[in-house]
Structure formats: C-alpha cells, structure tokens
Write a protein that binds this ligand. Structure first.
Ligand SMILES: *Cc1c(COP(=O)(O)O)cnc(C)c1O
Length: 426
C-alpha cells in the first residue's frame, strides 16, 4: 500500500489555505529514513551521505538533512549556495560537476567543498583557474566493465568520468601538483532497486583502490559510491533493504580492503531519490473529465510540475484521497494542460471513479514525487510552477516555496525597452 500522510478532510482544509496544485513533503518520514540509512551504514569506520541537491533544491529540506548528519552533493554554483545556506559546510559538500566553468570551481574552492573532478584535463584546468586543493576526488567511469540501466544508460556511452588508465595517471599528476588527500567516485546507475548492482559497484571501487595503492602509492581516504539507489514506484515493487545493502558492501570491504591494509577507508554516498523520493507528493485536483476515443481526467497540474512520466514514461502511483478503498472502476488517462500530447501522469490507469470539478473535484495524489519532481519543472507553455509545503513533525504545515506568479514569469523580460522598441518599428 502506498502511503499518503493526510486524510481527505485534512486536504480539504489545507487546500483552502494553499490552492492546488502543490508539492508536500513529510519531515518525520524523511528524518526516519535518514536515520535508517545512517544506522545501516554504521558498519563502516566512516560513512557520509552527500544528498544530491538537484533532486530537491530547497534549503528547508537540506537543513533537515543536515540536521540528520548528511552533507550535500552539488553540481552547480546555485546548488553550492543552497547547501551553504542550509549550513552544509566544507568537506560535507561534494562538488560533483561536469563541463564545469572556472567560476564554479572557484566557488567550490572558496567554500572548501570536496572537488570531484570529472575529467583528466580538469586537473590542469583547475590548477590554471584556481589551485589544486589538498583533498581531491576523481570520478571513475567503469566503461564496459559495468552494465548500465534504463535511465542512466551504459557507462561506456556516458559522458562522465575518467577511464581506468586516466584515474591512475590522474592521481599521480595530482600528487605531483601538491594534492595530499585523495578520494575516488563513481555513479554507475540510476533508480536501481537491486542491491547486488550497488554492491558490485562498491567492489569495483575497492579493487581500483587497491590498484591505485599498488601503482601510485596513494592511499585513498574515501570512496564515494554515488547515487542511484532506486525506490519502489510501482506498488508491487519492494524497497531496497539498507541493512542487506550495507552488509553486502561490508563483505566486499572485508574481502578486498582489509587484506590490502587499506582499512579504515571512508564510505561516502550521494543518494537522493532513495532519501526523499517516497516522502514527497504532488497534490492536484481533477478539474475536467473528457470522453473521446479514450477517457481522460484533466488535472490542474501538468508535466511542467512533474516531468518524469512524460520524459521517461515513468510510473507514478496515483491515489484519490477519500476513495482509498473504492473499487478501481474506471480506466483513464490522467493528463495535464500542456500542449504536448505526452503530458500524461498516467496512461490507461485503473482508478476509482473520479469526480471532476474546478473547485470541488477529487484530489489526485501523485506519489513518489519527493526527488527529481518539482526540481525538473519548467515554464514551457507559460506554465507557472507550483509551490512546496512541508508537513512538520508536529503536524503543522509550512510553505517552503510559494507558487510562481505572473510577475516571476515576466521578470526576466526586458520590459523597459518594449514600448520604445514598438515605437521605432518601421
Ligand atoms: C543525480 C545524481 C545523484 C543522485 O541520484 P539518485 O539517483 O537520485 O540517487 C548523485 N550523484 C550524481 C553525480 C548525480 O548526478
């Protein structure tokens, strides 16, 4: 059963204050999940999770995660500023970027974030435009050594990271240029529910850590396993068992790291989806019902609010508050208002009979929207992105981002010149 923390009655009251559509995140559930992750990984001498800011770039959420002992993974200047705002400082922040502009490296250096280089040539780029810091991480692309998965593709077709040979040469070069502390990173999957996949990734990094030690003399301070742990979007899927995952990685550690004399080696991660994904929902209202060659339910939210279904054909579970136990009596496409036919949250989905009305229509709750949800939103078709609410641990609600307004939409246009431009037209 997919959980949603509010009853129909609570939603009715909430929607009086905050009209739909909106995102809502559950603070208590995010905290419990963060604690469960830390507990599972306490089998390692040092563990640090760097939440990937791109998935839910809101400083309130980052503050909660920081309070639970998590750092951040950033890949742009605004993300570095968000992490800083949330009190995530220094080496609690990884800067895992690619095709990085010099000024973003400079900001990362200024904040003392761990720079995770994406390419061999970035060693000289960083030195030329900034400096080589004491601690440097390099991103490894395992290429054909590792099978890809549906969302991220095959590693050898991915633009990220160093080859194996470049990693070995890269660390040696960094050492020549004054680096004294080293870390190794990879990110080989996205939304992968099979723990064996992530355990194999760890094994790959451990083996490379041993090879780096043998060939360059460098002893790594930590390895970063990246993100990519999946969540059960489908009600029939099962969540990753953190204990089983951590135990599998620990077994590889005992087999590879201990005998090589590389213990203690820090284990870092950059999970995002698994941290907040299941604890965020997009709440919309059914405002139209349409019957042509198929049956449609039209919402007041659209793919500009949540793009995953349109982008990847991703499944997001849908429930109708107040009708949780009702029969799935109808088959509908649940759609938004964009002038794009792929603006569909669900296609031929069996759902309870939905009441559609501008003000009194049923709420339509779209699950597992707490990561890569609103963050991927856009303004195409003049769509204004919705706001974000936080359900606090005491049951109160806090608006942590207001909905966009027309003023926001027009703010970047050079309106001051428009009249003059018009007057001067031939
Ligand atoms: C997107 C991303 C993550 C987070 O991925 P999830 O699949 O949400 O865990 C972590 N690291 C990097 C480098 C990323 O690009």
């Amino acid at each position: 059963m997919k959980n949603f923390p509010l009853s129909k009655k609570q939603l009715d009251a909430l929607a009086e204050r905050y009209p739909t559509p909106f995102y809502i995140y559950d603070e208590a559930a995010i905290r419990q999940n963060a604690q469960a992750i830390r507990r599972a990984f306490s089998v390692f001498p040092a563990f640090k999770e760097h939440y990937a800011v791109k998935a839910l770039p809101n400083p309130f959420i980052l503050k909660i995660l920081s309070d639970e002992g998590f750092g951040a993974d950033c890949s742009s200047l605004p993300e570095l500023l968000l992490a800083d705002m949330a009190g995530m400082k220094g080496e609690d922040v990884m800067f895992t970027s690619n095709e990085t502009p010099a000024r973003e490296y400079l900001k990362a250096l200024e904040l003392g974030a761990v720079i995770n280089l994406d390419d061999y040539t970035h060693i000289e780029f960083l030195e030329k435009h900034g400096r080589i810091p004491s601690l440097v991480s390099c991103r490894y692309n395992p290429g054909p050594l590792k099978e890809g998965n549906a969302i991220i593709g095959k590693p050898e077709e991915a633009k990220y990271g160093f080859t194996r040979d470049q990693i070995l040469r890269g660390f040696a070069l960094l050492q020549d240029k004054g680096a004294a502390r080293f870390a190794l990173h990879t990110m080989a999957a996205s939304n992968e529910l099979n723990p064996a996949y992530h355990i194999e990734t760890a094994r790959l990094l451990f083996e490379l850590a041993v090879e780096i030690r043998a060939k360059t003399g460098i002893r790594l301070e930590f390895v970063n396993l990246g993100g990519g742990v999946g969540i059960p979007y489908g009600p029939e899927q099962e969540a990753v068992d953190y204990g089983c995952l951590a135990a599998g990685i620990r077994k590889a550690y005992d087999e590879i790291i201990l005998p090589a004399g590389l213990d203690p080696l820090g284990i870092h991660t950059e999970w995002a989806r698994a941290v907040t994904g299941p604890y965020g929902w997009l709440v919309a209202r059914a405002i139209h019902r349409k019957s042509i060659y198929r049956e449609y339910i039209g919402l007041d939210a659209c793919m500009a609010d949540l793009m995953r279904p349109a982008l990847y054909g991703a499944y997001h579970h849908i429930t109708i508050p107040g009708k949780e136990t009702a029969d799935a009596a109808e088959t509908n496409d649940v759609v938004g208002s964009l002038c794009e036919n792929n603006d569909k949250f669900a296609v031929r989905r069996r759902l309870p009979k939905i009441h559609a009305d501008e003000t009194a229509g049923d709420f339509v709750v779209i699950h597992d929207a707490g990561a890569h949800g609103r963050a991927m939103g856009f303004n195409y078709n003049g769509k204004l992105r919705c706001g974000e609410l936080l359900l606090r641990t005491d049951g109160s609600f806090l608006m942590i981002r207001r909905p966009e307004t027309l003023e926001d939409y027009f703010a970047t246009l050079n309106m001051g010149e428009l009249q003059d431009f018009h007057n001067r037209l031939p």
